[in-house]
Design a protein around this ligand. Structure first.
Ligand SMILES: *Cc1c(COP(=O)(O)O)cnc(C)c1O
Length: 425
């Protein structure tokens, strides 16, 4: 019999919060107030993370430097804009387990996904397929389908979708590997999420990358729901590329900049096609404004434009907090926090809620996806009346993600008690 370290009492939740070494990070964020003026229980950090209190100050500094210095801010600002994006590179690299040269923060997620596919989806007559997860985030589906069409292929033939077994909600790693074994020779690119936005399933990046490479495929991951959530080791796991946005778990603010990882093995290769822009050009000679593109080594060589400084300033505030907390400690707390959520949900009346996210901790992040009997939308309204923010995905799924940087065990307790009141009505 397994014994749980948890108890289904408010007192237990309070004690767990007191014992939480990361609890002070909660105070570094603005919590939107509920109708009663008390901070909301915010379980939607997988959709839009909360605002770090330092974000306003960091943005204000750049506005001041712009007012004070005009164009001189590029060189003489407190944080010269010419190199501003480099301020977040080390932090971003630590977050995803990469070397600094493998990472750059630029553009937005879907844009980066397209840029990476320009380089790593290079179909031939006999190898033109893209292997994706069925039910991927719509933007990713549109991106891969349009890339296939762009190269002259019919997406119905070019896109190969992984589907759960009949009666199951999530994919089995063995089935992903078996599909690669069987079809890998026709696959030009394997493009998967790292945590599926709907089911909350995390995939085994190392195993999938190894199997894809064994079959001669390129492999990339969309870490929109993985970055700042999972313990990632992109360099060691070895995918060719990864992309992620920074407004979900990474709290960069609405529409914030996205990340790109390009594995070191491609850092200096000159034969990879890419879309070029001046910010990807060698910085030592960029301002000679020569006619030929000479890329920076590593991920920076994929940059197109000089980046939006105000949005990067907000991002710095959040990345500093991630660096202070450390992904190792954050993930350890996250496993407990989501484990506690699971424990409490299991104690609700039988049949009321079904957790579709895998029960294996290694196959999930902070989020649990819950399927409700009856109408989930009414439930969402009831939760929001009680000051609890989750999100709803048609037809019947509520996603709850206790982000370990600012959510507490008491938040989780309040959420499940509110569900319970609904279950008993
Ligand atoms: C959030 C999310 C997106 C959003 O794309 P943007 O380009 O940032 O608007 C795309 N893909 C996945 C998997 C996501 O979770």
């Amino acid at each position: 019999m397994t014994t749980h370290p948890f108890e289904a009492t408010e007192d237990f939740a309070r004690r767990a919060d007191e014992a939480d070494a990361l609890r002070s990070f909660r105070d570094a964020f603005h919590f939107p107030p509920g109708a009663d003026g008390k901070p909301l229980v915010y379980l939607a950090g997988n959709s839009l993370g909360l605002q770090p209190k330092n974000a306003a100050r960091y943005v204000q500094e750049e506005l001041e430097d712009w007012a004070r210095l005009g164009v001189e801010g590029h060189h003489h600002g407190r944080h010269p804009w010419l190199h501003y994006h480099e301020l977040v590179t080390g932090q971003a690299a630590r977050m995803v387990g990469a070397k600094p040269q493998e990472v750059v923060v630029m553009n937005t997620l879907t844009v980066n996904l397209h840029l990476m596919m320009v380089s790593f989806y290079r179909p031939t007559k006999t190898r033109f397929k893209i292997l994706v997860e069925g039910g991927a985030f719509p933007s990713d589906q549109y991106a891969v389908a349009s890339q296939a069409r762009f190269h002259g292929y019919d997406p119905r033939e070019a896109i190969l979708e992984l589907k759960p077994r009949p009666g199951e909600e999530t994919l089995r790693t063995e089935d992903i590997l078996a599909t690669l074994d069987q079809h890998g020779h026709e696959v030009a690119l394997v493009m998967l999420g790292s945590v599926n936005y709907l089911t909350g399933q995390a995939f085994d990046i190392a195993a999938i990358a190894r199997a894809a490479h064994a079959k001669g495929c390129f492999v990339g991951f969309d870490l929109a729901h993985g970055a700042g959530n999972l313990r990632l080791s992109l360099h060691d796991d070895g995918p060719d590329f990864a992309v992620w946005c920074s407004y979900k778990y990474l709290n960069g603010g609405p529409g914030s900049l996205a990340g790109v990882f390009v594995h070191e093995r491609h850092a200096r290769s000159r034969d990879i096609p890419r879309f070029e822009g001046w910010w990807g050009h060698d910085k030592a000679t960029r301002f000679q404004m020569g006619p030929t593109f000479d890329p920076l080594p590593g991920a920076e060589g994929w940059q197109l434009s000089n980046p939006p400084i105000l949005q990067l300033a907000a991002l710095r505030a959040s990345f500093e907090l991630f660096d202070q907390a450390g992904m190792e400690a954050l993930r350890a707390k996250s496993e407990k926090l989501t484990g506690y959520l699971e424990f409490l949900l299991e104690r609700l009346p039988a049949g009321f809620v079904h957790i579709i996210t895998p029960r294996d901790v290694k196959q999930r992040g902070a989020q649990l996806s819950l399927r409700f009997k009856g109408e989930a939308q009414g439930m969402l309204k009831r939760l929001s009346d009680a000051g609890i923010i989750c999100d709803f995905r048609k037809p019947d799924i509520i996603r709850a993600a206790p982000a370990p940087l600012y959510c507490s065990f008491t938040d989780v307790y309040r959420f499940v008690r509110t569900l319970e009141a609904h279950a008993r009505d």
